[in-house]
Design a protein around this ligand. Structure first.
Ligand SMILES: [Zn+2]
Length: 133
C-alpha cells in the first residue's frame, strides 16, 4: 500500500496520459512489432523515442504545453477523419452521380449518371458547359 501512496504522491500535479500519448504508445507497439521483420534498428529506435517522449509527457508539469500538443494532435486526427469521410462520400456518390468542376469558378457540381450528353449550368456563376453524364 505504501508503494501506491508513493506513486500517487509522485503523480500529483503531473500531466498524465491523454489521446496523444495513447496514440504514441500504440504506434510504438506497432514499430516494435515491425522491428522484428524489417529494419530492426530503425523501428526499435523510433519505438524507443516514442516511449521515452510519451513517458516524459505523462510526468510533465507543464500542463499548458502538453495540452496544446494534444490539441494539435486531435486537430490532425480530425483532418484525416474529415478527408476519409469525404473520400467515402465521393465513392458512394460515384455509383449514381458524376462530380464536375465548373470551368469558370471551379465550383463542384453533382450530376446524375446515365443521362447522355447534357448541358450543365453552374449554380454559382451561371456558366453553361456540356458534359457526358
Ligand atoms: Zn461556376
Amino acid at each position: 500500500m505504501r508503494w501506491r501512496e508513493a506513486i500517487a504522491r509522485f503523480m500529483v500535479g503531473r500531466y498524465g496520459s491523454d489521446a496523444f500519448s495513447r496514440a504514441m504508445s500504440v504506434v510504438a507497439m506497432v514499430f516494435l512489432l515491425l522491428s522484428w521483420f524489417v529494419l530492426p534498428q530503425v523501428f526499435y529506435t523510433l519505438a524507443l523515442i516514442l516511449i521515452v517522449y510519451s513517458t516524459f509527457r505523462m510526468f510533465s508539469r507543464n500542463h499548458q504545453k502538453r495540452y496544446k500538443e494534444n490539441l494539435f494532435y486531435t486537430k490532425q486526427v480530425d483532418k484525416v477523419k474529415y478527408f476519409i469521410n469525404k473520400l467515402k462520400y465521393r465513392s458512394s456518390q460515384s455509383k449514381t452521380h458524376h462530380i464536375y468542376s465548373c470551368p469558370q469558378c471551379k465550383q463542384k457540381i453533382r450530376v446524375p449518371k446515365g443521362k447522355g450528353k447534357i448541358m450543365i449550368r453552374c449554380p454559382k456563376c451561371q456558366t453553361e458547359f456540356m458534359k457526358k453524364s
